[in-house]
Structure formats: C-alpha cells, structure tokens
Write a protein that binds this ligand. Sequence first.
Ligand code: GAP
Length: 537
Amino acid sequence: MTDKKNDSSDLMDKLVAMCKRRGFIFQSSEIYGGIGGFWDYGPLGVELKRNIKSAWWEDVVRANDNIVGLDCSIIMNPKVWVASGHVGGFSDPMVDCKECKARFRTDKIAYVSVSKGENVLLEAAVEADDDNEAVAAAMAAANSKTRRRIENAGDELNTSVTFLSKIPEGETGSCPKCGGELTEPREFNLMFQTYVGALQDSSSTAYLRPETAQGIFANYKNVLDTSRMKLPFGIAQIGKSFRNEINPRNYTFRSREFEQMEIEFFCHPDEAEKWYVYWRDTRYQWYIDHGLQSDKLHLRDHDPDELAHYARGCADVEYAFPFGQSELEGIANRTDFDLKAHQEHSGRDMTYFEDELWKTEAEKYSADKFDGDKKAAKKAAEEAKSAMPYRFTPYVIEPSGGVDRATLAFLCEAYTEDEAPDENGQMQKRVVLKLHPRFAPIKIAVFPLVKKDGLPEIAHKIHAEAQTAGLASFYDEKGAVGRRYRRQDEVGTPFCVTVDGQTLEDQTVTVRDRDTLAQNRVPIDEVVNYVRQRIIK
Ligand code: GAP
C-alpha cells in the first residue's frame, strides 16, 4: 500500500473539493454568490468540529478539578473593549486602491524585483505574508517567457522583496491588483460594530466580540466568588468571535467569523513562568496526541521584540499548511495586565486574597499582641492583609486556540491518497481521511453484504445498538461493498462492519480497520464494544 500524504502541491484544491462534495464545509450563502470570510459546516463538518470541541472540553475542563467553564454573551458592554484596548488599538494599517477600490493590509503588500546584472527581469506587486510567498506569487503571476528567463539565469540573479510598510516615507506603492495609486495608510479597527436598542448613535454602539477572553476576565470575580476556586485555577470558554479581517483567506484559516477555545489560567505571579511552560507544552502535546504527528507541527517561542508590551512570554503552536506555516494556537503569559485594566475601568476590585495563608498569620494581630488595643490590632491587620503576599493581582496564562484552524489542520494532516483492494482483490485508488478516531464524524458504518437472507435485519440491529451505546453509526446497504468502504474511508470512518453469509453460520461479522485494512471476525454481540474500545484511546 503506497501512501501519498500531504506532499502534493494541489492538496488544498483536493481538500476543498472533498469538503464540499462530502458535506464538510460550504461557502456561506453560496446561492447568493457567497460572502468573503464566512463559512458553513455541513452535516459531517459539524460533527467533526463538535468532536474537536468536545475533546478539548473533556481534556481541559472535565479532566481538571481546578478548571471551570463559562459561556458568555457575544455582545458585551462596550466599556469592556475600551478597557481591553480593543477600541483604541485592535486595528490593522490598511490602504485602498484609488482606481479599483481594493483594500489591503499595508504589511501584506510586497514589491518583488528580480534582476540579472543591469537587466530587470521581473518587477511585481503582490499580496504575501513573507518574502518566500512574495517571490512565489510574483513568479506565478509572471508570463512563461519571463519565468523561463529567470529559471535559466542560474545563480546570477539578484532578488529583492520590499513590503509596503517598509518603503521609505515619501515613496508611494502601487496596487497588486491593477497597479493603481494607493491611499495613505490608515488604521482600520477590526471589530464589527452594531447598535443595541432602537437608537442608532454613538450611545448605542456595541461590538461583536473579537475574542472570547474578555468575557472570562469580566466574570473572573463572579466565578471566584461562586465556585470557591483557589489559585491556581482556570476558566475555559469555547465560542464564536468576529473580526472584520481586511483580507480573509486560505479557506477557513483566516475568517471573519470563527470559533475560539480559550483558557485563562490565573496563578500567583511567582508561579507564572512555571504555569506558562506547563500550558505551552501541554497544548502542543494535545495536537500531537490527536494526530498532528508529522514534522509539520512546530512550537515557536516568540522573540522578545515580538511580544505585546504586557506579555512576559508567548509561544505559537504552528502547522505547516499547504499555503504556509501558520498559527493554530498561542500560549501567552499576559501578566496581570487584563485584570488590572478591568479593575481600573470598572472600579471593581480584581485582587485575590490568600485567606488560607492569612489564617495562619491572623493570630499575630489579636488585641493581646497590641496591649489590648483592638483598634491598633485591626489597623495593623488591615495593612498586613492588603500587602503581598496576602493580597495581589493574579497573573494570567492564556492558551488561545482557533477551532476552525484546528479543524483545518486535522483535515490537512488526515487527507491521504493510497490504494486498497476492492471486493475482487484488485487494488483501487482511494482517498482516506485518517482522522483520530475521537474526531471522526462517523465511528462505525454497518453494511449487510446483500439485501436479503435476513442480513439487513442483523445489520440494522447492530446499527441501533451502536447508536444506543453513543457511537455515531451509519447504515448503508447500497452498491458494491468495496464502494461502500471507499465512501466511508473518504469521510474518515475508522471501522466498517459487514454482515455476510458466514454471519448466519457462526454469528460473527467482519470488522474492517480504515487505516490498516485488516479484517477481523468478531461475534455480533461483542462488535459494538470492540469498536468502542478502539475509539476511546
Ligand atoms: N485572546 C487572545 C487571542 O484572541 P489571537 O492570537 O488573536 O489571540 C487566538 O487568536 C487564536 O484564534 C489564533 O491562534 C487562531 O487559532 C484563532 N484566530 C484568530 N483570528 C482568526 C481568524 N481571523 N480566523 C480564524 N481563526 C482565528
């Protein structure tokens, strides 16, 4: 069996086509021509995405006594976004083309020049994230004669890439689409605005949340007061976020509406570094454990000059998508920046009091230690209480992942082309989605070999039993069994169960493994358990 994994340059095209054909992902409002940066998940896509979110929730919230969940509203008091810095600073610099009206991020327009000696062979303006992508885009846009001249020029080429954001003041760039003149750069806030209530003026302006994190910070005290959590503890949330991205692209990777799965983990400042390392490594391992085992997964620590002014450390879990290596999840030590900002803007106390620690110290402040002066004892106690180590603002470690990006990475990694024997033993090409069994939209497919001799009845019984046991099951009796296998391979079903002639003789069925293609005979009454044990790994 020869495996052809994600090395093909047209993987993205094949994956997008498969996702549409099999009902994983559709363009939003496709019947009206779609809308840029918005996507819909079809019947299989919604199962895949739910399974990823459930796995995260089980591993993060249910498996840890000191992590609780939250589900906040998408629209919050706009003061939240002033305090968080999003109203003032959540923007990208952008330019518009005066001719074709296209809009671009200033840091994404690159000017590529390729020359040999005095001869300029190629000059192009393109949209790209980095130098390599810019050169590739310029080459792709060049005509075949130019490409040949460059390919034949050997080592003597001089290639330069300059991003619009770096060109000297006074010089103007040109539009990558039509070559037209560009406007001066200006800041474009990425938050979607709306109005709450009947009035539509600045007093009723509100925002669709651009991250789930701020709902957690705004509820930090509520959770602390109601759930009796002690440091260190975390609050987790999965939910939709919205960003009016200037250039949504790369399928679902950069969308305008997307889902995040975020943890805000509150800890003592002295322990922040320890917890940062813990979460960085734990989250990286989670992706490996769920199938991103190839050398395409990377953990990248940010250089100090990349860090936000309040952050002490930040690392990205990155995946080498077919369109380039990009972030799946960021893990950051956000210090006490957010809680202090909300304390300042809301006037609410966001500090944490170490009451256990205080209990052991409290007797030092009894009246008899102050010659019976109760007032003096109380004053000294209050002063001691408000000082470190008893009262402080916790630090926050934030693992923040994108559900859609994770889904896309798992799809890219799983998409495989290989060969498998058909019912006549002839090798046939197949597309197989080698998803982790926990994520597979369908866990078990049940087929009667033929539609007679009581085989459908037995297959229906197994199908119903699997559903009762909580396994997503699919019943199929149409077409040759080889084709039925291939249909399930393409959507990642880990096990297919076939009821055949031998079943009537010895009460066993064939269980076929999607990845190894091994076929085992298993007694009918054990088959659901057999599959379940192999899925809950
Ligand atoms: N609270 C921190 C925060 O929101 P971020 O790096 O802006 O940090 C976290 O976003 C994660 O959310 C990213 O790693 C990515 O997976 C996902 N994400 C961000 N913007 C996205 C977009 N436009 N489309 C899809 N996912 C996005």
